[in-house]
Design a protein around this ligand. Structure first.
Ligand code: 13P
Ligand code: SF4
Length: 328
């Protein structure tokens, strides 16, 4: 009988001289697989992916694909969303430990009690949450469509917004709503230093500060443009400015620089000694782990069918509303 350590070593063995790019492409064809990657993934993963996008774009691609296997290079809630939309397909995540601090900030039992305390409220949840939170929600949204979805509802509609208090607070301010906010936040988007961004702005007076709405209000207040990752990417290409201070996870600088090579991009400085804005969860995925998960067809996302069906209802509402409101 084989020793368990021997099996694990064999499962994870990669020939050191192997060209991972060509092997991944070969496996993709053989297995009719598609690689979907978020902008926060490392550059090699973005370059080999079939599609790189924001949470909305990735959910839309996952819904439309006819591949047999989806390799989701992102974090757990994203791969889980792909599985909710594709029960018959194999959905793989290169590292099953790739979670999300924002999703973790909203435990289902506490959220259920929170909902019970606010009767008559519609529950809108940001896609950065677990399937169990989705199942407790009426509509899911992403940073691309959150504002439009909220504004499509009657002004007097009472709403709970979860789990991101920063995105919810931003929508409250721009839409004049008074949504009840769950007290969650993203560990990456809460580290930016307003005073250091202001100093950079003084050094580069013609620069534009662009920020993701998961950032704190003090950062959003000094931003020239606020948007989802895709919206930030498009802003850089379209805006005539040459220098941009980017307040979001640093992985997106790769695509930004590819789409606007002539522009200067500066990652917004964090308020700590560490000089990077990397998401530790997103960065758990590597090209090696992506290769192994496609080769071994694991780790796989598996979901209880009842939970999947309940979580799918508010995601379907979001996808339908996004089409109706023409948000891509
Ligand atoms: P978007 O790419 O949808 O803007 O979301 C950002 C994010 O934090 C994903 O974890
Ligand atoms: Fe979650 Fe923030 Fe990382 Fe996105 S950047 S996966 S919201 S912890």
């Amino acid at each position: 009988m084989k020793n368990i350590n021997e099996v694990i070593v064999k499962e994870n063995y990669i020939d050191p001289v192997m060209d991972l790019f060509s092997e991944i492409n070969k496996l993709k064809k053989e297995k009719n697989a598609i690689i979907l990657a978020h902008y926060y993934q490392e550059p090699d993963i973005q370059d080999i992916a079939d599609y790189v996008g924001d949470s909305l774009g990735l959910a839309q691609k996952a819904e439309a694909t006819d591949a047999d296997i989806i390799v989701f290079a992102g974090v757990h809630f994203m791969a889980e969303t792909a599985k909710i939309l594709n029960p018959g397909k194999k959905v793989l995540l290169p590292d099953l430990k790739a979670g999300c601090s924002l999703s973790d900030s909203c435990p289902p039992d506490l959220f259920k009690r929170f909902i019970d305390k606010h009767s008559g409220h519609l529950v809108i949840s940001y896609v950065n949450c677990s399937a169990a939170i989705k199942a407790l929600s009426d509509i899911i949204c992403t940073s691309s469509n959150a504002r439009a979805i909220v504004e499509s509802l009657p002004q007097e509609q009472k709403i709970i917004f979860a789990p991101d208090k920063n995105l919810g607070g931003y929508i409250n301010r721009v839409s004049g709503r008074n949504m009840v906010l769950w007290n969650g936040a993203c560990m990456v988007h809460e580290i930016f230093s307003v005073s250091k961004i202001i100093k950079l702005k003084e050094r580069y007076p013609d620069s534009k500060v662009i920020a993701h709405p998961e950032c704190e209000e003090s950062v959003l207040n000094i931003a020239d443009f606020i948007g989802s990752t895709t919206q930030l990417l498009h802003f850089i290409s379209k805006n005539p400015s040459q220098i941009f201070i980017v307040a979001t996870e640093s992985g997106i600088l790769h695509k930004m620089q590819q789409s606007a090579p002539e522009k200067t991009l500066i990652a917004a400085p964090p308020d700590n000694a560490c000089a990077c804005n990397d998401c530790p969860h997103m960065k758990l995925n590597t090209l090696e782990k992506l290769y192994l998960c496609l080769r071994n067809e694991n780790p796989e996302i598996l979901l209880n069918e009842g939970l999947r069906l309940a979580a799918k209802i508010p995601i379907d509402r979001m996808l339908t509303l996004s089409k109706e409101l023409n948000i891509i």
